[in-house]
Design a protein around this ligand. Structure first.
Ligand SMILES: [Zn+2]
Length: 213
Protein backbone atom coordinates (compact mmCIF):
# COMPACT_ATOMS: atom_id res chain seq x y z
CA UNK A 1 0.00 0.00 0.00
CA UNK A 2 1.31 3.42 -0.92
CA UNK A 3 0.63 6.49 1.16
CA UNK A 4 0.76 9.70 -0.83
CA UNK A 5 0.82 12.95 1.07
CA UNK A 6 0.01 16.00 -0.96
CA UNK A 7 -0.03 19.68 -0.12
CA UNK A 8 -2.49 22.10 -1.57
CA UNK A 9 -0.81 23.88 -4.55
CA UNK A 10 -1.34 27.36 -3.12
CA UNK A 11 0.46 26.34 0.11
CA UNK A 12 3.46 25.16 -1.93
CA UNK A 13 3.52 28.51 -3.72
CA UNK A 14 3.32 30.45 -0.45
CA UNK A 15 6.11 28.31 1.07
CA UNK A 16 8.31 28.83 -2.03
CA UNK A 17 7.68 32.56 -2.04
CA UNK A 18 8.54 32.82 1.66
CA UNK A 19 11.68 30.79 1.07
CA UNK A 20 12.76 33.13 -1.75
CA UNK A 21 12.10 36.19 0.39
CA UNK A 22 14.12 34.69 3.22
CA UNK A 23 17.05 33.97 0.89
CA UNK A 24 16.87 37.49 -0.55
CA UNK A 25 16.76 38.93 2.96
CA UNK A 26 19.73 36.84 4.12
CA UNK A 27 21.67 37.73 0.96
CA UNK A 28 20.98 41.42 1.34
CA UNK A 29 21.94 41.49 4.99
CA UNK A 30 24.73 38.94 4.82
CA UNK A 31 27.29 41.53 5.94
CA UNK A 32 25.19 42.36 8.96
CA UNK A 33 24.75 38.68 9.89
CA UNK A 34 28.46 38.12 9.28
CA UNK A 35 29.43 41.03 11.53
CA UNK A 36 27.29 39.65 14.32
CA UNK A 37 28.74 36.15 14.07
CA UNK A 38 32.41 37.08 13.68
CA UNK A 39 33.06 38.39 17.21
CA UNK A 40 32.33 34.96 18.70
CA UNK A 41 35.28 33.42 16.86
CA UNK A 42 37.85 36.15 17.39
CA UNK A 43 40.73 34.02 18.63
CA UNK A 44 40.96 31.52 15.75
CA UNK A 45 39.57 33.73 13.01
CA UNK A 46 43.00 34.53 11.57
CA UNK A 47 44.50 31.04 11.94
CA UNK A 48 45.32 29.84 8.42
CA UNK A 49 48.14 27.39 9.20
CA UNK A 50 48.96 24.86 11.88
CA UNK A 51 51.49 26.43 14.32
CA UNK A 52 53.17 23.04 14.75
CA UNK A 53 53.59 21.72 11.18
CA UNK A 54 52.44 24.54 8.88
CA UNK A 55 49.59 22.62 7.18
CA UNK A 56 46.53 24.60 6.08
CA UNK A 57 43.79 24.92 8.74
CA UNK A 58 40.08 25.68 8.73
CA UNK A 59 38.55 26.67 12.09
CA UNK A 60 35.79 24.19 13.04
CA UNK A 61 32.64 24.43 15.10
CA UNK A 62 31.95 28.03 14.12
CA UNK A 63 35.50 29.05 15.10
CA UNK A 64 35.51 27.18 18.42
CA UNK A 65 38.48 24.92 17.58
CA UNK A 66 41.09 23.82 15.05
CA UNK A 67 42.25 20.27 14.34
CA UNK A 68 45.26 19.84 12.08
CA UNK A 69 44.57 17.16 9.43
CA UNK A 70 48.33 16.62 9.05
CA UNK A 71 49.82 16.28 12.56
CA UNK A 72 46.73 16.08 14.79
CA UNK A 73 47.40 19.36 16.65
CA UNK A 74 44.26 20.47 18.56
CA UNK A 75 43.46 23.93 19.89
CA UNK A 76 40.30 25.28 21.48
CA UNK A 77 39.44 28.99 21.52
CA UNK A 78 38.85 30.48 24.96
CA UNK A 79 38.68 33.75 26.85
CA UNK A 80 42.02 34.98 28.26
CA UNK A 81 42.00 35.31 32.07
CA UNK A 82 42.92 38.56 33.79
CA UNK A 83 43.10 39.59 37.47
CA UNK A 84 42.35 43.14 38.65
CA UNK A 85 42.04 44.94 41.95
CA UNK A 86 39.50 47.20 43.60
CA UNK A 87 42.32 48.74 45.61
CA UNK A 88 40.84 50.65 48.55
CA UNK A 89 42.35 53.12 50.98
CA UNK A 90 41.21 53.66 54.59
CA UNK A 91 38.59 56.18 53.46
CA UNK A 92 36.95 53.85 50.93
CA UNK A 93 38.52 55.53 47.89
CA UNK A 94 39.43 53.38 44.86
CA UNK A 95 42.74 53.65 42.99
CA UNK A 96 42.31 53.94 39.21
CA UNK A 97 45.04 53.78 36.58
CA UNK A 98 44.98 55.82 33.37
CA UNK A 99 45.96 53.62 30.44
CA UNK A 100 49.10 54.63 28.55
CA UNK A 101 48.40 52.28 25.61
CA UNK A 102 45.66 51.08 23.32
CA UNK A 103 43.09 49.67 23.61
CA UNK A 104 41.26 52.42 25.48
CA UNK A 105 44.38 54.59 25.86
CA UNK A 106 43.75 57.56 28.17
CA UNK A 107 40.78 55.93 29.92
CA UNK A 108 40.64 54.92 33.60
CA UNK A 109 41.17 51.27 34.41
CA UNK A 110 41.18 49.18 37.55
CA UNK A 111 44.83 48.14 37.90
CA UNK A 112 45.61 44.53 36.94
CA UNK A 113 46.44 42.49 33.89
CA UNK A 114 46.71 39.17 32.09
CA UNK A 115 47.77 36.00 33.86
CA UNK A 116 51.00 34.35 32.84
CA UNK A 117 50.79 30.72 31.82
CA UNK A 118 50.39 28.53 34.93
CA UNK A 119 50.20 31.53 37.27
CA UNK A 120 47.75 31.66 40.19
CA UNK A 121 45.42 34.64 39.57
CA UNK A 122 46.09 36.01 43.08
CA UNK A 123 49.84 35.98 42.42
CA UNK A 124 49.18 37.59 39.03
CA UNK A 125 47.20 40.37 40.69
CA UNK A 126 49.92 41.11 43.27
CA UNK A 127 52.54 41.07 40.50
CA UNK A 128 50.54 43.35 38.18
CA UNK A 129 49.75 45.81 40.96
CA UNK A 130 53.42 46.04 41.90
CA UNK A 131 54.42 46.50 38.22
CA UNK A 132 51.79 49.19 37.55
CA UNK A 133 51.69 51.03 40.88
CA UNK A 134 54.87 50.07 42.83
CA UNK A 135 52.61 49.07 45.74
CA UNK A 136 52.64 45.92 47.84
CA UNK A 137 49.04 44.90 48.32
CA UNK A 138 47.02 42.38 50.29
CA UNK A 139 44.04 40.70 48.66
CA UNK A 140 40.88 40.93 50.78
CA UNK A 141 37.86 39.28 49.12
CA UNK A 142 36.95 37.92 45.72
CA UNK A 143 34.47 40.43 44.30
CA UNK A 144 33.31 39.45 40.79
CA UNK A 145 33.99 37.75 37.46
CA UNK A 146 32.99 39.38 34.16
CA UNK A 147 33.42 38.08 30.59
CA UNK A 148 34.31 40.88 28.19
CA UNK A 149 36.43 41.73 25.15
CA UNK A 150 39.84 43.42 25.04
CA UNK A 151 38.67 46.55 23.20
CA UNK A 152 36.01 47.17 20.57
CA UNK A 153 37.79 45.88 17.43
CA UNK A 154 36.00 43.10 15.51
CA UNK A 155 38.83 40.68 16.28
CA UNK A 156 39.29 41.77 19.92
CA UNK A 157 40.23 38.89 22.22
CA UNK A 158 37.59 37.64 24.67
CA UNK A 159 38.66 38.07 28.30
CA UNK A 160 37.56 36.47 31.57
CA UNK A 161 38.16 39.12 34.20
CA UNK A 162 38.52 38.31 37.91
CA UNK A 163 38.28 41.00 40.58
CA UNK A 164 39.41 41.13 44.18
CA UNK A 165 39.16 43.90 46.74
CA UNK A 166 42.64 44.79 48.02
CA UNK A 167 44.39 47.11 50.43
CA UNK A 168 47.83 48.69 50.36
CA UNK A 169 50.42 47.07 52.64
CA UNK A 170 53.31 49.37 51.75
CA UNK A 171 54.62 51.79 49.15
CA UNK A 172 53.60 55.01 47.43
CA UNK A 173 51.50 54.85 44.22
CA UNK A 174 53.88 55.44 41.30
CA UNK A 175 52.64 54.85 37.74
CA UNK A 176 54.72 52.51 35.58
CA UNK A 177 54.43 49.87 32.85
CA UNK A 178 51.32 50.61 30.74
CA UNK A 179 49.93 53.20 33.21
CA UNK A 180 50.64 56.93 32.91
CA UNK A 181 48.68 58.25 35.91
CA UNK A 182 47.28 56.93 39.18
CA UNK A 183 44.57 58.65 41.18
CA UNK A 184 42.42 57.87 44.23
CA UNK A 185 38.69 58.37 43.59
CA UNK A 186 36.06 58.76 46.30
CA UNK A 187 32.80 56.91 45.63
CA UNK A 188 31.04 60.04 44.37
CA UNK A 189 33.98 61.20 42.24
CA UNK A 190 34.40 58.00 40.17
CA UNK A 191 34.63 58.74 36.42
CA UNK A 192 31.49 58.27 34.27
CA UNK A 193 31.20 55.13 32.10
CA UNK A 194 32.51 56.95 29.01
CA UNK A 195 35.83 57.66 30.75
CA UNK A 196 36.33 54.08 31.95
CA UNK A 197 38.33 51.51 29.96
CA UNK A 198 36.56 48.27 28.97
CA UNK A 199 32.94 47.33 29.66
CA UNK A 200 33.92 45.02 32.50
CA UNK A 201 35.28 47.94 34.56
CA UNK A 202 32.04 49.84 34.06
CA UNK A 203 30.08 46.84 35.31
CA UNK A 204 32.29 46.15 38.31
CA UNK A 205 32.58 49.79 39.42
CA UNK A 206 28.82 50.23 39.03
CA UNK A 207 28.20 47.18 41.22
CA UNK A 208 30.71 48.45 43.78
CA UNK A 209 28.92 51.79 43.89
CA UNK A 210 25.49 50.13 44.29
CA UNK A 211 26.73 48.02 47.20
CA UNK A 212 28.44 50.96 48.96
CA UNK A 213 25.83 53.74 49.01
ZN1 LIG B 1 49.83 20.35 12.10
Amino acid sequence: MRVVVTRAPHRVLVADALGCLLLLFLGRFRLLVHARILPDMAELESWKHCPRCGAGLEPLGGGARVECPQCGFHYYASSKPTASGLLLDGGGRILLARRAREPDQGKWDLPGGFLNEGEDPRDALRRELTEETSLDVELLEFFDVVVDRYGDADDAQWTLNLYWTCRVVSGTPTPADDVDELRWFARDELPPAGELAFHNNVKVISRWRDEHP
